[in-house]
Structure formats: structure tokens, C-alpha cells
Ligand binder design. Structure first.
Ligand SMILES: [Zn+2]
Length: 199
């Protein structure tokens, strides 16, 4: 069985990562226009998110997916799949590992924004490595390709409010790929599901 997983905020709930809805009007603030209009406040929010993320540990759902070497497409920017040991992870919404100077084309460790949000060399505003509302998803077609290589798609903890998740799942169904959805108690149900599939 060639299984690929698509994961969203629900998989990290048991790790103590709040979902966007629980964080208030974050959806609005993680937009391209908010970033461009209020970059200082934008980066303050990202720094807070990164601090929450660094304190979080993968839960049994992340760990089970890593143990069975399941390739993952995640909409989360919390890095918990990699922390659990997964190697093949497409982070379609990016991550908080680095920022980029769009002019020098250089990457900097994310923590530089605690000191400055402008490039030391050219004074350009750093770009976050996260996909913002209003952006296109650069790895979207990598995700489509990976799903196309699967014969089963396991969807975990995605609210179908996000059009990206809906579109990926619809494409999988259209291609005749079997789709299993786990939305509740991922930390119990994902390990159970994988055990039953790979027994
Ligand atoms: Zn620069």
C-alpha cells in the first residue's frame, strides 16, 4: 500500500498548538496585505508563534506517521512532523525556520527577526518563509505529484474551510485514490489506523 498523508491543524492539537480559529483574528493578520502594511507587528506575531511551537512536542499521531515512513503534505508551519523524525515532508504553507532577503536572495535563521526585520546588507524587508493569505502556494504542484503517486490518501485534522485541503482531496478522489479522513482525536486514531493498515 502506497499511503500519503495530508495533515492540518487538528493533528497538532494534542501537542498544544492552537488552531488559527482559536488564536483569534490570525487569519486576517497572516495576510500579504497585513505583512506589507504592518511588518513590525506581523513579525511580532510570528515570533510569538515560533515560541509556542518550540515548546511543543510531536504527539503519537506525528510519531506514528514518522515510524511508518509515510510521506506527508502538511498545511502546518509548526515543524512537528520533522521533529517527530519524518523525512519526506512537503510543508505547503512553509515554516518558521528562516527568512529571506528578496534582494540579496540570501536566507537567514528566523531568529534574526528578533533583532531586525531588515537585511543588514541592503535594508530590504525580510520575507517570511510562510505562505500568506493572498499568496499562491509554490509547492502546490509538488503536493499534487505526491498525491498522484499514492493509492491511498490519509487526511488528518484538516478543517475543510481551507480551499487548499478541499482541492487536494478532490483531486485525489477524481484520480480514483481512496481517501480516509480522521478529524477527531488524531493522537489515538492515526496510530490505530496505521497499525490496522500495516499489520
Ligand atoms: Zn539584502
Amino acid at each position: 500500500m502506497n499511503l500519503v498523508a495530508l495533515t492540518g491543524a487538528g493533528i497538532s492539537k494534542a501537542s498544544g498548538i492552537p488552531t488559527f480559529n482559536e488564536m483569534g483574528n490570525l487569519r486576517e493578520k497572516l495576510s500579504r496585505s497585513f505583512f506589507e502594511n504592518s511588518p513590525e507587528e506581523f513579525y511580532k506575531i510570528l515570533i510569538e508563534m515560533k515560541e509556542k511551537i518550540e515548546r511543543a512536542e510531536p504527539n503519537p499521531a506525528h510519531i506514528a506517521l514518522a515510524k511508518y515512513n509515510i510521506p506527508i503534505i502538511t498545511m502546518n508551519i509548526d515543524g512537528l512532523h520533522k521533529k517527530a523524525g519524518s523525512k519526506n515532508v512537503i510543508e505547503i504553507h512553509g515554516n518558521l525556520e528562516f527568512v529571506k532577503c528578496p534582494k540579496c536572495n540570501k536566507l537567514y535563521d528566523f531568529d534574526i527577526v528578533k533583532k531586525t526585520i531588515y537585511c543588514n546588507d541592503c535594508k530590504t524587508l525580510f520575507q517570511p518563509n510562510v505562505v500568506l493569505y493572498g499568496d499562491t502556494i509554490p509547492l502546490f504542484f509538488n503536493a499534487i505529484d505526491l498525491i498522484g503517486s499514492a493509492d491511498e490518501l490519509l487526511v488528518v485534522g484538516t478543517s475543510f474551510y481551507t480551499s487548499t485541503a478541499t482541492e487536494l482531496v478532490n483531486r485525489a478522489k477524481f484520480a480514483g485514490i481512496n481517501v480516509t479522513i480522521i478529524n477527531d482525536k488524531a493522537e489515538e486514531n492515526v496510530p490505530k489506523f496505521l497499525q490496522s493498515v500495516f499489520k
